[in-house]
Every structure is written in C-alpha cells, then in structure tokens.
Design a protein around this ligand. Structure first.
Ligand SMILES: Nc1ncnc2c1ncn2[C@@H]1O[C@H](COP(=O)(O)OP(=O)(O)OP(=O)(O)O)[C@@H](O)[C@H]1O
Length: 227
C-alpha cells in the first residue's frame, strides 16, 4: 500500500551546502498495518512523514501509495491526492479556532471531490466520544478532546494511510492512552494503515512493528551538492 524506494531528502543550508536528512533504501507498509517510527530528535521523522504526505518534495526516489508514485507530481495534484487518500494528525492538532468541532471535521472534506457529509463527520465525532461536543469550538474543548477532533478529521475522507506525528506529545499521560487506543481502533475498523511517530516508549511498546529511523535510513552528513 505504501512503498518507499531510495528516497533521498536534503535541505539547503544558509552557506549554500546541503544537509542530507533522509536516505531510505526501502520502507513498505501493508494495507491496515500499524507501524511506529522512532528515532533520535532531529533525525528526520517529521521530514519523512511530510515527504510521504507530499507536503515537501524529495530529491529523488519513489513514494508509492496504492500503486501511484507521488514523486514528481505537481503540487496541486499532490494536494488533491493527499486530501483524498491520506489523513494527518499533528502534534499541535492544527484545528481552526473559529470553527466548531463538527465544522473542523467537515473542513477536512473541502479539498476532495466528494460532497461534504455532515452525517459521516458527526458519526466519527460520536465514535471518538464527542457527540456532546459537536458545536463546541476548540477553545472550549480539553486538549485530549481537541486531539480527538483531529483524529476524526484525519479519518473523514476514508484515507488508506494515516500519518500521526507525535499525536500524544501535548496530552497528559492520563489521556495519552485514550488517543492511542482511538487511533489504533479507528484505523483497524476502517482498514487504514497507520504510521505513527512517537518518543514515548509506553506507546511504541504497544505496537508489533517498530521501525527505528536510523535502521531504515542511511543518514550521512555531507556538504555535497544534490542535483
Ligand atoms: N525546512 C527546513 N529547512 C532546513 N532544515 C530543516 C527544515 N526542516 C527540518 N530541518 C532540519 O532537518 C532535520 C530533521 O528534522 P525533523 O523535524 O524531520 O526531525 P525529527 O526526527 O522529526 O525531530 P524531533 O524528534 O525533534 O521532532 C533537523 O536537523 C531540522 O533542523
């Protein structure tokens, strides 16, 4: 379902040299599979998720989702593909403050061809235990509730892949487990593959498959110019 081959990514440094961040020979994730991605701070985990989501471009390689290679597609096509096939849960939730929980989830449908489906959005909010909070704005929701809205938004378009970047980092330990359970159960129910970045050992230990970025990534720091 997700296949990365020879993915390389570097950033330009202020002095004009390149900082190599990723060099991933291969990473494959099956439909419905749940995988944790771990690694040292600054090792490139967020960069890797952003590359997979098409939020940032790679220097070279293949990133296939459902058989479609995203590398080299124009930005607008990547944006459309992401909206239709990929869900993203961020560490900072990224909810829009002026909109209610229901509207935030519905907004996730804005960039797809399908018609906004308030029933689907409400059902997801109910599944994440927020049926009594549909019309609340993020400022009147607890941090854990905000993250649950973000999970519902990420799933609303029935993605094949959900990327979660430290989704429990800003949540108190008591609610961390709820969010992990929610992500795992929701992905299982809808056969969505989950790639989750976490620094928390208690979270990582719950997954059968844990990938260390260092192990899949031949990181090299150089000032060589990348074409
Ligand atoms: N837009 C950018 N331009 C230049 N360098 C960047 C950019 N974004 C990230 N970096 C650098 O790339 C490296 C990898 O960053 P990234 O955020 O992917 O790491 P991470 O593994 O997610 O880290 P953490 O666990 O601390 O969140 C870091 O050294 C970071 O400073």
């Amino acid at each position: 379902m997700l296949l990365l081959e020879d993915v390389r990514k570097s950033y330009a440094e202020p002095d004009g040299s390149r900082l190599d961040i990723l060099d991933v020979p291969r990473l494959a994730v099956d439909r419905g599979e749940q995988v944790v991605l771990r690694g040292r701070s600054g090792g490139g985990k967020t960069t890797l998720l952003n590359c997979i989501a098409g939020l940032t471009t790679v220097d070279s390689g293949r990133i296939e989702i459902n058989g479609r290679d995203l590398v080299g597609l124009p930005e607008a096509t990547r944006d459309r593909f992401r909206a239709q096939h990929i869900g993203f849960v961020f560490q900072t939730f990224n909810l829009l403050p002026a909109f209610t929980a229901l509207e935030n989830v519905l907004l996730g449908m804005t960039f797809t061809k399908q018609k906004a489906d308030p029933q689907r959005a409400a059902t997801l909010l109910e599944q994440v235990g927020l049926n009594h909070r549909l019309t609340h704005k993020p400022s009147s929701l607890s941090v854990g509730e905000q993250q649950r809205v973000a999970v519902a938004r990420a799933l609303v378009n029935r993605p094949v892949l959900l990327l979660a970047d430290e989704p429990t980092a800003n949540i108190d330990p008591a609610h961390q487990q709820q969010v992990v359970d929610l992500l795992r159960e929701s992905c299982q129910q809808e056969e969505v593959a989950l790639l989750l970045v976490t620094h928390t050992p208690e979270v990582a230990d719950q997954f059968e498959r844990v990938e260390e970025l260092e192990a899949i990534n031949r990181v090299s720091k150089s000032s060589g110019v990348v074409a």
